[in-house]
Design a protein around this ligand. Structure first.
Ligand code: AHR
Length: 636
């Protein structure tokens, strides 16, 4: 209370003290929950992942290939990421050879013309990797290349991993018996035991004899998640697993569409042996190896127990080219039908048999197919007709599939509509009620891309608060919002790695970290029930948000609370007489200010902390300033 004067009138000092005390915390919110009264179902597929080749997400990211430009693309400046090696008085030159390659898909190669070399003065090439090559001690790296030579006594190719700064060889092997025909050779490089983990390394391939050596598809992989051949980085897979994702939307995004029609994601060129994949330009200004092809996406789903959400190219590319509905669109529709057959068909179907040949006999379960991406950009107005044509053809063969439209259409009622939101935190605070009044008789909603865009390269705590507010709204409305996926998921934080600011998970060649927004996703994904119980709140200001879901089988309540204000927020929680265990798990993510963030050099500044707290049928709880919390309460 303010100090009073003798006449009972507050002094200025008293008023100031009163204001300070008032600001020390917000007025309490009262939250009444009725655990035994279900309000709305929560979609079991609510949280998933959206990915595409952006920010070096696959090449130089999740896809664990260590050799950059393994197929020796060259331009006026030379052959990207490869350099000539001439040890001692060896002499050689390196040229792009457009006249020979190991396959129709890879008709070009590199020719190393060695004029002079011997066992002590070798010549060859080195590859710098994707911002280096991450090496760890006592680790086996599996490699391969295609090669031929014009010299019968060329001798072995010496393959070495070398430290950039010391020149020290940390792993070495030889590959022998090269012939005049293209052939694939495999090797393993095992690093020495006394190695400090580092990305400052490169790969060297040399010979000790004059002659010509042609190379292509030079590849090197570290151990991968679940030991998959042509597989994924373990740390990034583990980070995704912690999010409990239920689906994977792939392959884009813009990456699906390409800048031009002939630069779209042509799935048929991304399956089978790597040597049969021609690679293609991506819209995010770098070339894709297509090592992450259709079957690799499906393997990724399998590894993380997610269902695939397959986006099919629908006749629109980013620079505005489109295919008119009708006969011209038919080949694209057929391509989508073939693609669905590749994913779901038995081995008695043409494309199911192709999948089996590629190494996966069992079909994959598929529920959702998305027709295109962000087709509201198509100013020609063709999407209505294009969607209808795909819809009719796919439903005729696969009536059970749910078909997602990427823009509103009139001539067909889509099963699901994909909506995208890239906003600031304040927008999410105001828009957390976005779906509260949405027509329940319309299409279901897929929030296929969304993010609070504050902070770079990865979002900060302020963004995480905006995200959490938005997610409370999606959970409350998950009877209609059946799926949601944050985008973009990944960013390589090395110089030149980022095309899009504010990405969920950052990494360099050796390490990775989750942003505060990532941790908010982990918390929301891990603690999610199957329905929302009825609840009411009073006294909520503009910066308090909540969502309550319940897992019926486990009799667990997940109370998610968000305080986006700068002072603590007391909450009186009334569980309407429910009998609850005396202690509850509390997971709390908070920071001193909205700018607080994680980075590659400070990866754990803002991370969730777990503790146990006392709870009862009616209890008080106070959220710290700038916090996101989950209370896991067990009902007796
Ligand atoms: O997530 C980045 C891009 O944003 C996606 O490729 C595109 O769909 C959207 O415009």
């Amino acid at each position: 209370m303010p100090e009073k004067t003798f006449a009972g009138i507050p002094t200025l000092a008293g008023l100031a003290l009163c204001a300070t005390l008032a600001l020390a915390q917000n007025a309490p919110v009262t939250l009444t929950v009725h655990p035994d009264q279900a309000a709305t179902p929560v979609s079991s597929t609510l949280y998933g992942l959206m990915t595409e080749e952006i920010n070096y997400s696959y090449d130089g990211g999740l896809y664990a290939e260590m050799v950059r430009n393994r197929t020796f693309r060259g331009d006026w400046s030379g052959i990207d990421s490869w350099f000539l090696v001439e040890n001692g008085d060896a002499a050689a030159k390196m040229t792009a050879d457009t006249g020979t390659g190991p396959s129709n898909a890879l008709p070009h190669s590199v020719r190393v013309t060695v004029e002079k070399a011997d066992a002590k003065n070798e010549a060859g090439l080195l590859n710098v990797g994707y911002w280096g090559m991450a090496l760890r001690p006592n680790t086996a790296y599996k490699g391969s290349f295609y090669a031929k030579t014009d010299t019968a006594d060329m001798g072995p190719v010496l393959v070495s991993l070398v430290q950039n700064n010391t020149g020290k060889v940390v792993a070495r092997t030889t590959v022998s018996n090269l012939t005049s025909e293209w052939k694939q050779y495999n090797f393993t490089l095992t690093t020495v035991g006394d190695l400090q983990p580092s990305a400052a390394n490169h790969l060297v391939l040399t010979v000790g004899h004059a002659g010509s050596l042609w190379l292509d598809l030079v590849s090197l992989f570290p151990p991968t998640y679940h030991d998959r051949v042509n597989g994924n980085r373990i740390d990034l897979m583990e980070k995704m697993a912690a999010m409990h994702p239920q689906f994977l939307r792939f392959p884009g995004g813009n990456y699906l569409e390409g800048d031009h029609i002939n630069e779209r994601f042509e799935w048929k060129k991304t399956i089978g042996p790597l040597v049969d994949r021609p690679t293609h330009p991506s819209p995010w200004n770098y070339h894709s190896t297509d090592g992450m092809g259709l079957l690799e996406f499906l393997g990724w789903c399998e590894d993380l127990k997610m269902q695939p959400l397959l986006a099919v190219y629908a006749g629109y590319s980013l620079k505005g080219e489109h295919v008119e509905p009708g006969a011209a669109l038919e080949p694209y529709v057929q391509d989508a039908l073939d693609e669905i057959e590749y994913v779901t068909g038995g081995t008695d179907t043409k494309w199911g048999a192709e999948r089996a040949k590629d190494g996966h006999a069992a079909p994959f379960a598929l529920t959702y197919v998305e027709i295109g991406n962000e087709d509201w950009f198509d100013r020609s107005g063709s999407y209505d007709g294009r969607y209808a044509q795909f819809y009719k053809a796919i439903k005729a063969k696969y009536p059970q599939l749910q078909l997602i439209a990427t823009a509103p259409v009139k001539s067909t009622r889509p099963d699901v509509l994909d909506e995208h939101f890239y906003v600031r935190a304040t927008t999410n605070f105001h828009d957390a009620t976005h779906y509260d009044k949405t027509d329940r008789n319309g299409p279901k909603i897929f929030v296929g891309e969304w993010a609070t865009r504050e902070g770079t390269p990865t979002p900060n705590m302020g963004a995480a608060l905006g995200d959490a507010a938005w997610m409370t709204g999606m959970e409350r409305n998950s009877d209609i919002v059946v799926m949601a996926s944050y985008a973009p998921l990944f960013v390589n934080v090395n110089p030149g790695g980022m095309q899009w600011e504010s990405d969920l998970i950052g990494y360099d060649t050796l390490h990775s970290y989750g942003s505060p927004s990532y941790w908010a996703q982990v918390m929301f994904g891990e603690y999610l029930g199957d329905h929302t119980p009825k609840s009411e709140a009073t006294g909520t200001g503009e910066k308090f948000f909540y969502s309550i879901t319940k897992n019926t089988a486990k009799k667990q309540l997940y109370v998610k609370l968000v305080n986006a204000s700068s002072v603590p927020q007391p909450v009186e929680i009334d569980l309407s007489g429910a009998q609850v265990a005396g202690t509850a798990k509390l997971v709390s993510l908070s920071a001193p200010d909205t700018q607080a963030t994680n980075s590659i050099s400070d990866p754990e500044r803002v991370v969730p902390v777990t503790s146990m707290v006392q709870v009862s049928g009616k209890f008080s709880h106070t959220l710290p300033a700038y916090s996101i919390q989950v209370l896991q309460i067990d009902e007796k």
